[in-house]
Design a protein around this ligand. Structure first.
Ligand code: FES
Ligand code: FES
Length: 179
């Protein structure tokens, strides 16, 4: 089915006027199967936020430059504002909402709380998921490696020092990057 998009609300303003292609897309979201009828060209970020009600991933720049929209795609941190929902068909997406287990915060979340590694919190979901991906691939990073790997995730509140400390603490608690 092809439709012209004239009435997208609350979405990326740059999407107005493009052609819609409605498809059925299935993927795994926070461990559960998802099947949705959706314009396959929409970004994963807006499908998560507006169709699936998961607002942890934030819209910052919309250009792949700030990391506020970071989610995990097969455990790799990716900017969801830059991926069409079509791209994730058949794959596994994890958002900040999926990180707690049985009501318990993930060790990275606990470390962020312990170090007060946030101020407004807008960047925090993306920071935590980027750290998750980093610690899976490099469970014992040096401080310089953490700074380098987290470079694409921006914090306008300037919590960087405490964010790095939180990741160092989490790396001590995690075994091979996993709880
Ligand atoms: S909103 Fe996606 S990188 Fe900034
Ligand atoms: S805590 Fe406000 S942008 Fe990072």
């Amino acid at each position: 089915m092809i439709r012209t998009n004239f009435n997208v609300t609350g979405e990326n303003p740059f999407n107005h006027g493009r052609i819609q292609m409605i498809k059925t897309i299935q993927f795994t979201l926070n461990g559960k199967p998802v099947r949705i009828e959706v314009d396959s060209g929409r970004t994963l970020l807006w499908v998560l936020r507006t169709d699936l009600g998961l607002t942890g991933a934030k819209f910052g720049c919309g250009e792949g430059l700030c990391g506020a929209c970071t989610v995990l795609l097969d455990d790799e941190a990716v900017p969801s504002c830059q991926l069409s929902v079509d791209y994730v068909a058949g794959r596994e997406i994890k958002t900040i909402e999926g990180l707690t287990k049985n009501g318990q915060l993930h060790p990275i979340q606990r470390a962020f709380v312990k170090h007060d590694a946030l101020q407004c919190g807008f960047c925090t979901p993306g920071m935590i998921l980027k750290a998750y991906s980093l610690l899976l691939s490099n469970p014992k990073p040096t401080r310089d490696q953490i700074i380098s790997e987290m470079d694409d995730n921006l914090c306008r509140c300037g919590a960087h020092v405490r964010i790095v400390q939180a990741i160092q603490t989490a790396s001590k608690e995690l075994k091979g990057g996993r709880p």
